[in-house]
Write a protein that binds this ligand. Structure first.
Ligand code: SAM
Length: 630
């Protein structure tokens, strides 16, 4: 994709689709080349909707956040604007296309010099870059019609308020901690200010002189929501013994029940999924379980469940085996086997499938082996990149490590060719494992995974959904499936910030295709332990799970009290529960990798739970799953 196409895509996907409407503003984003404002080694990421590191330990802001802040200034073209925190100069360049004059202040002289040079190269003659403490404003150039502050503090700096002209507005991130920031707009009305809150954000802190006088504290009395949750929740007394009849009734004649764990290494989530799955097979005649495991790995389980003996001759896969080879999953396979063998009619045996025909996890392991053999430092870049297979994950170090790009790019061709070849060999060994269309698109897919493209998650999801549809077709028009994926894939991504980043989930595809016949169940947990790896390909270990963050669904449900419950969200008896929970909150997702050191960036995303799921399973405290042989 060319730079111009990437920029256009950013404007469409990350700005327009996310509610930025002003055509002048969108045009400004089309005109400013963001790649010039990021480090050359990071140019390939310039049009992702992400902040990126710049010199002096600072960041260039995320495009959507710049757009939302500038939109809140409501510029008409004739204004004099002050920006505090020039950083790279990118936002100043955008502002210069929308206002008549821009004054921008940066406390790091080196950043100011670089921004001045870039703005001049772009011919932006209406921008003045100053060096200094922006919390004091730039009185000699004021008063201003609009002020935007690109760094956060615990209050709105008083000096900036003084420099606002009549009717002028200031947009500023306010919050005592990084987790607690919200974007605030104050508009001068005579001698006072009207205040609007524009939602949660995360900015680097400003460092300045201003005393704390105009504190803005985000409000949030939660007790009414907690009371509603308590009233609507159906307690789970025992994972193994509850009848689950009310849940089965709600599922009704749905053709697909999708169960999404919030962490893939939590024992209670696996056991609860198992419990629901058994009930669906036993009492509602579901035909098969489809998981996000590699196809070949799942075949071994299916053989066992179907009563075949002797290991299947498929190449062994490696990472992360514990996700499937654990006591909790094996208990379900053994139950399936006993149940299947006791049936008089073999055609009624329930099957176990893996939906990932590209064998992504095994392929990533192969990629890492090959890259490590070439250069272990390049392997670091790769491990950071594969975080993009879990799109909520933002490893702060990933962009720095990705700077090892050149060496990495040179290996691409050979490694992708090896993976395509192994897939071709697999298709020969196991003719119904890999079909022609999977083979045909394999190269495209492996390239996306190798490069760590944001598109790789969508490609994997779309491919798993196609396989699921084929399985349903294979099992006949009245067949029914239980689907086990991670929570982000099960939930409807349109109800999360992942949608704005262009992600599309399997749950969303299922709703589009099956409407109410797809029943999406999410899972959540607050604290305890989890089995996970510290990075791709590292050995899994038992890690303690931090308690849910402020402003998250996890924190809310934890504070509700009951230790385990089901929460019906599709058509709850009390409709108010949907409305109250529809205020966006953070939600945690943990895949095979858990990074508790940067948990907020790596594992939390904004979501609207009652739009994302039809039902939610809450288990307050969980233990780590037990890998086989442990
Ligand atoms: N708008 C910038 C862009 O488009 O690249 C991003 C700004 S970055 C998130 C915040 C910047 O604010 C940093 O460059 C930091 O050095 C600067 N900063 C922090 N405190 C400041 C202060 N008191 N005065 C001026 N600049 C400050």
């Amino acid at each position: 994709m060319s730079t111009i196409e990437a920029r256009e895509q950013m404007v469409e996907v990350h700005l327009a689709r996310r509610g930025i409407r002003d055509p002048r503003l969108l045009q400004a984003f089309r005109e400013v080349p963001r790649e010039m404002f990021v480090r050359p080694a990071l140019a390939e990421y310039a049009y992702e909707d992400a902040p990126l590191p710049i010199e002096e330990g600072q960041t260039i802001s995320q495009p959507y956040v710049v757009a939302a802040m500038v939109a809140a200034l409501d510029l008409r073209g004739s204004e004099r604007v002050l920006e505090v925190g020039t950083g790279s100069g990118y936002a100043a360049a955008i502002l210069s296309l929308l206002a008549s004059e821009v004054i921008t202040i940066e406390r790091h002289a080196a950043l100011a010099d670089r921004a001045r040079e870039l703005l001049s190269r772009l011919g932006r003659t209406n921008v003045t870059v100053l060096v200094g403490d922006g919390t004091l404003g730039a009185r000699t150039h004021g008063p201003y019609d609009a002020i935007v502050v690109a760094a956060a503090g615990p209050h709105v700096p008083e000096a900036l308020l003084d420099q606002l002209g009549p009717g002028a507005r200031i947009v500023v991130p306010v919050g005592a901690t990084l987790e607690d920031q919200s974007l605030v707009r104050l508009t001068r009305e005579g001698s006072s200010f009207r205040s609007d809150s524009l939602g949660g954000v995360r900015f680097v802190p400003w460092i300045g002189e201003q005393p704390d006088r105009t504190r803005v504290v985000p409000a949030g009395a939660e007790s009414a929501v907690r009371a509603l949750v308590r009233e609507s929740a159906e307690p789970i007394a025992s994972i193994d013994d509850d009848t689950l009849e009310p849940l089965l009734d709600r599922i009704g004649d749905a053709r697909l029940v999708m169960l999404g764990g919030a962490t893939c290494g939590s024992s209670e989530h696996q056991r609860m999924r198992t419990r629901i799955t058994r009930a669906l097979i036993e009492r509602r005649s579901f035909d098969f379980v489809a998981t996000d495991a590699d196809w070949t790995e799942a075949r071994r389980f299916d053989d066992r469940a179907m009563g075949h003996d002797g290991p299947r001759q498929t190449p062994p896969t490696r990472l992360p085996l514990w996700m499937w080879r654990n006591e909790e999953t094996v208990a379900l396979i053994e139950w399936l086997r006993a149940r299947n063998l006791a049936l008089d009619d073999p055609s009624r045996r329930a099957r176990w499938y893996g939906l990932d025909r590209y064998c992504t996890f095994a392929s990533v392991a192969t990629m890492l082996d090959q890259i490590d053999a070439v250069d272990a430092s390049v392997g670091h870049a790769a491990r950071a990149r594969y975080g993009l297979l879990t799109p909520w994950q933002r490893d702060p170090a990933a962009y720095d490590r990705a700077a090892l790009g050149e060496r990495y790019a040179r290996e691409e061709h050979a490694i992708v060719a090896t993976l395509c070849e192994s897939l071709r060999l697999l298709s020969g060994a196991d003719e119904d494992a890999i079909d022609a269309s999977t083979l045909a698109s394999a190269e495209h897919y492996y390239r996306a995974v190798y490069r760590g493209c944001a598109a790789s998650w969508n490609l994997r999801g779309a491919q798993m959904f196609t396989t699921l549809e084929k399985l349903l077709e294979h099992h006949g028009p009245s067949s029914r499936a239980v689907v086990w994926l991670d929570g982000a894939q099960v939930g409807d991504a349109r109800a999360t910030e992942l949608h704005a980043r262009g992600a599309q989930s399997v749950g969303e595809l299922a709703r589009a295709r099956y409407d109410r016949a797809a029943y999406l169940v999410g899972f959540g947990t607050d604290h305890g332990a989890v089995l996970a790896a510290s990075e791709w390909d590292a050995p899994a270990e038992r890690m303690s799970l931090r308690s849910g963050r402020a402003a998250s669904y996890e924190r809310l449900f934890h504070e509700c009290g009951p230790s385990a419950f089901l929460l019906h969200l599709r058509e709850p008896r009390r409709r108010a529960i949907r409305d109250e929970l529809a205020v966006p909150r953070l939600q945690r997702a943990i895949g095979p990798v858990y990074r508790s050191d940067c948990e907020r960036q790596s594992h939390y995303f904004q979501s609207v739970l009652p739009m994302q799921f039809d039902e939610y399973v809450w288990i307050d405290e969980t233990r780590a799953i037990t890998p086989l042989g442990a």
